[in-house]
Design a protein. Sequence first.
Length: 77
Amino acid sequence: MSKVIQLSIPGMQCSGCVTAIEKALNSEAGVTRSEVNLETRSASVETDASLSVLIDAIKAAGFDATEIAADDKGLSA
């Protein structure tokens, strides 16, 4: 079952960064959709893949990433 994972990606500086990260995420098995936002330096990924797979893909593209916890999104767990 797909889930949506929110990621913080602080190193993004341009639209080229967004493209590289989206390409890296979308190339992973289990990723249905990814939306990377330069303004908020974050990504929303609909996926069956694990968090570590997503973070590893972003690191391979040259960026750091961490999960945005539900508490950080203003949601109750």
